[in-house]
Structures are given as structure tokens and as C-alpha cells.
Design a protein around this ligand. Structure first.
Ligand SMILES: Cc1ncc(COP(=O)(O)O)c(C=O)c1O
Length: 408
């Protein structure tokens, strides 16, 4: 394990030696803010801001409908998908940008069930709520039967049923990384499929999904990929499997030769068949540009840095007497660390008032996001100093910090 810095000077030295240190300049970070919430909403890159201005101010305003062809709008879902494919470690043509994660999980799990000819749609009981309700909705729609698997024994249970599981590659609450190879081995043995939810994984791990046997995945782009609020999600479907899959939502953007306006629906080849309706061009343009922040980034180096930053959070919060619910072993951890505090919500609000932005997940988890492209060791050090101060002075115990906002 890399040495955990013991002083702010150690942190400064690590930042000076950081091969990703130059990447921070690609982001337009507000002054006076330490941003530790990239696992919820990544910050804007200069490139994305410039591109949204151009997409709206030139391509839409002047180009009008011509921009579908002249500005390359029509191909954006596939071109942006190819950039995402590098980050997921899959073939460039196997990813398409479309819809939200929730909708994509539905399409992939339903299509997967139909392909396996099996009935069980599985989900762990500690999954992100949308993953659970999408699985339940598939059962409600009569497409399968729901099985909620206990997290402690999920892999064995998965191998004992026949069907499809929706499974996060990184748990939203704890940051724990799934053993993708092991799940895919069990899936192959049982004739099952895993639909990976990559929402907390892409951009912060060296995923190498193809070589690990992953076949299907959906993921969000507004977290560690910095695509912007509500940026469209993506679908990965390995070409050989994709060709046999039937999306349950046959929209015209998944249709081959859609501008022939023929009566028969012939699905596009590969992952592109999971596109549905007209893509949100302005958001997609922002995402396309934002992904360039990863140009030249060695994903393994990024993952290692995120874990070292996480080690620092764990060490410093432990010295404050706080318990982490994230794995202590760096290799089992994604890009965020969660720490428990009974008044975690109020503590997070007190930190935000000081310009330090983590987030909170009920009932008691304070999440610290450690995006390797722009978070520095000194940022984590200073944030932990502030946390110590907020706790030591009970600075969190003010009425305004207890009042829950709609979004936490
Ligand atoms: C694991 C996970 N899946 C899915 C989502 C939500 O996806 P969407 O809003 O694009 O449907 C989130 C959002 O935080 C998430 O953490």
C-alpha cells in the first residue's frame, strides 16, 4: 500500500509528484471550494462549457435543423459512446449514449431475460433504489419474477437461480467494488447474465470490462465523467450478444435506416439498438466535450490515486473517532469513501457552509468523493482539518444545518 501522508507537507509533495496533477486545469472549479462530490455531480470542464455555448449559440441558433447532419448531431450517441468505451475497456462500437441509467437497466435486463429464456430478475437488497425498483418493475410488467438477494450471500444465490441480475460495479453507499470476474464466471456457469450498473465506476476505475467477461452494462455520465446535470446515460452490449438482444422499447433511434420510414422494424446492429428516441443534443454535446478531460489519462494511475486519497480520508476520519463503512483494503474500494456520523447530514451542511462539498446518504453516511483528475491530496487534508473542527466545536449543531433539503 502506498504510504499515507502524515502532514500537509507530505500532501503537497504528493501533489507535486502527481502524474495527473496537470489535469485539474481542464476543470473550471469555483474559487474557494473543495469539491468532494464528483460521485454525484462532476464539475464543469472548460471544454464542456465552451462546447455547450457553441452547440446552442451556433449549431442550434444558426445551423438549425441542418446541424443534425452538418454539426454531427446524428452520430453523437455513437461517437460519444466510443469515448466511453475506452473508459469501460470495451470495443468502441459496443457503447451507445441514450436515456437514463434507470431506463437502460430496464431495457438490458428485460432483453437479457428474454435471451436467457429464464424468469428470475435478481437484485441485491442493498442496491441503489432505482436498480431495485427497475427490477421490481420488470416483474410487475410480467417479464419475470423478482428475487432480492441478501448482500452477504448474493453471488452464491445468483448461481443458484436462472436469470439476470442488475448489479452495481461500485456500491453507491459504501464504495465497495464488485468482483466482476467472479460474477461473470458464475454467470457463465449458470447461463445467467449480469447487467452491470457502472454509475459509480466509470471514470474512477480501470474497468477493462471486455477482458473480464462483462457483456452488458449501463452507466451514468454526470458523476465521475463530468457530463453535466442530467447528462444522458450509456449502454454497453458486447457485439455478439447485442445482435441477439431485443430491446423492450423499440424507438426509432434504435431502428436501422430510420429515415426510410418503412413499416417493418429492423433493429440497428450492436449496442446502437438500445437507442430509443431523439437524443438530448445540448447535454450530449457537453458530455462529448467533458470526456476529453480523460485524454491521455492512464486509468490505472487514476484508480490508484483515488484509492490513495481514500486511504487518507479513512486514516484521518479514524483519528477523529469516526467509523468508515467503506472497505479498508484499497483494491476493494471505488472512488468514494463513506463515513458514519449520527448527525451526518448536519455535519455535511456545516462543511458545505465552509466551502467543502461532500454529500450525505441516509441514514448516516457522509460520502467523500475522490475524483483523481481534480482532487488533490491537500484538498483532502484541508477538508479533514475542517471536519475535525466542525466535530470538535459542534459547529454542525445549528438549526439551519438540520433542516433537510429536497436533494441531499
Ligand atoms: C448506482 C446508481 N444507479 C443509477 C443511478 C441513477 O441513474 P438515473 O438517474 O440516470 O436513472 C444512480 C444515481 O445516483 C446511482 O447511484
Amino acid at each position: 500500500m502506498a504510504q499515507i501522508p502524515r502532514t500537509r507537507q507530505d500532501c503537497e509533495a504528493l501533489d507535486r509528484a502527481d502524474p495527473l496533477g496537470g489535469m485539474r486545469a481542464r476543470f473550471d472549479l469555483p474559487e474557494g471550494v473543495i469539491y468532494l462530490d464528483g460521485h454525484s455531480l462532476g464539475p464543469a470542464t472548460h471544454g464542456a462549457l465552451e462546447r455547450v455555448g457553441r452547440a446552442a449559440g451556433e449549431e442550434w441558433r444558426s445551423g438549425l435543423i441542418r446541424s443534425w447532419n452538418n454539426a454531427g448531431w446524428f452520430d453523437l450517441p455513437a461517437r460519444t459512446g466510443a469515448k466511453l468505451a475506452r473508459l469501460a475497456g470495451v470495443a468502441p462500437g459496443d457503447v451507445v449514449v441514450t436515456d437514463s441509467v434507470s431506463v437502460n437497466l430496464f431495457k438490458l435486463a428485460a432483453a437479457g431475460l428474454r435471451l436467457t429464456g429464464a424468469r428470475t430478475v435478481m437484485v441485491q437488497s442493498d442496491e441503489f433504489p432505482t436498480d431495485q425498483s427497475i427490477a421490481a418493475g420488470i416483474a410487475d410488467a410480467g417479464l419475470g419474477e423478482l428475487k432480492r438477494l441478501p448482500p452477504t450471500d448474493a453471488l452464491a444465490a445468483f448461481g443458484a437461480y436462472r436469470g439476470v441480475i442488475i448489479r452495481s460495479a461500485v456500491n453507491y453507499r459504501t464504495g465497495e467494488v464488485a468482483d466482476i470476474d467472479a460474477w461473470e464466471r458464475v454467470a457463465a456457469r449458470a447461463g445467467n447474465l449480469v447487467v452491470w450498473d457502472l454509475s459509480h465506476a466509470t471514470g474512477v476505475l480501470d474497468l477493462r470490462l471486455a477482458e473480464r467477461g462483462a457483456k452488458l452494462a449501463a452507466g451514468c455520465t454526470y458523476k465521475f465523467l463530468n457530463g453535466g446535470p442530467g447528462a444522458p446515460a450509456f449502454v454497453y452490449a458486447r457485439a455478439d450478444i447485442a445482435q441477439q438482444l431485443h430491446s423492450p422499447i423499440l424507438g426509432w433511434f434504435g431502428q436501422k435506416d430510420q429515415f426510410d420510414f418503412g413499416a417493418a422494424y429492423v433493429a440497428k446492429d450492436g449496442a446502437a439498438r438500445f437507442a430509443t428516441g431523439t437524443p438530448p443534443v445540448l447535454s450530449l454535446s457537453a458530455l462529448d466535450a467533458a470526456l476529453d478531460a480523460f485524454d491521455g489519462v492512464d486509468l490505472a494511475v487514476g484508480a490508484a490515486k483515488a484509492r490513495s486519497l481514500g486511504d487518507l480520508v479513512i486514516a484521518r476520519t479514524a483519528s477523529l473517532g469516526l467509523e468508515t463503512i467503506s472497505p479498508g483494503e484499497p483494491a476493494r474500494r471505488g472512488g468514494h469513501v463513506s463515513v458514519r456520523h449520527q448527525h451526518g447530514y448536519a455535519v455535511v451542511q456545516a462543511l458545505i457552509a465552509r466551502g467543502i462539498i461532500p454529500d450525505f446518504r441516509a441514514p448516516d453516511a457522509m460520502r467523500f468523493g475522490l475524483a483523481p483528475l481534480y482532487v488533490r491530496f491537500v484538498d483532502v487534508w484541508d477538508a479533514m482539518d475542517a471536519l475535525g473542527d466542525v466535530l470538535g466545536t459542534r459547529g454542525w449543531d445549528r438549526p439551519e444545518y438540520h433542516a433537510r433539503a429536497a436533494v441531499t
